[in-house]
Design a protein around this ligand. Structure first.
Ligand SMILES: Nc1ncnc2c1ncn2[C@@H]1O[C@H](COP(=O)(O)OP(=O)(O)OP(=O)(O)O)[C@@H](O)[C@H]1O
Length: 205
């Protein structure tokens, strides 16, 4: 269970804007995060991952406190072991598809399964600049899954995929999440994208 109760002053173009979120995410569930552009969706995910610090409040994962402003406690991102799919993918330009996954895990069977689910088997030796936008996006998702994260944060993860690819991938992800016991928070602008998939919704802004 992830329990978040935080405040953060966002530096918006028209001054400061207070982002305040109090929410508990149940284990194994998929939550869709919606809200207008600039509302703070990406910043919210970054605060959970430990990449941005809230001004006030707490973030707790089961019995572990990840962040507590009053105790000045802030667990480092690598100790939170959260999977993150950034909007810009954040791939490594000098690594091949396979090396991206090997960087995260040494389990060869798991790597092969992720390559298959991502439709990337034939591109295993390609570097990101020789991949299409959709392939890059799928690689970013598979890399995030490689560590078998209990919590997966995804920021518009399907934006570069066609409808057919997207629905096949979402089906496979649901199976994987169940298997791994992964809780997923997914920012999505597309109202239909996660219909029937997410059990929960968080609207920001
Ligand atoms: N570390 C930070 N501290 C304070 N403000 C920030 C920080 N990072 C981003 N912001 C500001 O927070 C606001 C929200 O940005 P954010 O990217 O979280 O919005 P968003 O809801 O994800 O938007 P979009 O849907 O366009 O991606 C922006 O005005 C941005 O300048």
């Amino acid at each position: 269970m992830i329990a978040v109760n935080i405040e953060k002053k966002l530096k918006a173009y028209n001054g400061l804007q207070l982002l305040r979120i109090k929410k508990t995410f149940l284990p194994g569930g998929i939550t869709r995060i919606t809200g207008p552009s600039g509302a703070g969706k990406t910043t919210f995910l970054k605060m959970i991952a430990g990449l941005v610090s809230p001004d006030n409040g707490t973030i707790k994962a089961n019995d572990t406190t990840w962040f507590d402003a009053s105790q000045k406690m802030n667990l480092a991102p690598q100790l939170r072991r959260v999977g993150f799919v950034f909007q810009d993918y954040a791939l490594f330009p000098n690594m091949t598809v396979k090396q991206h996954l090997e960087y995260a895990t040494d389990n060869a069977d798991w790597i092969n399964r992720l390559l298959t689910i991502g439709g990337l088997e034939t591109f295993a030796s390609h570097k990101p600049d020789h991949l299409s936008g959709g392939q890059q996006q799928r690689l970013a998702i598979m890399r995030a899954l490689a560590i078998k994260p209990k919590l997966l944060l995804m920021d518009e993860p399907f934006s570069a995929l066609d409808v057919k690819m997207k629905s096949a991938l979402i089906k496979d992800l649901q199976v994987l999440f169940k298997e791994l016991g992964t809780t997923a928070l997914i920012v999505s602008h597309n109202p239909q994208e996660l219909d029937g998939v997410s059990r929960d919704e968080l609207e920001i802004g």
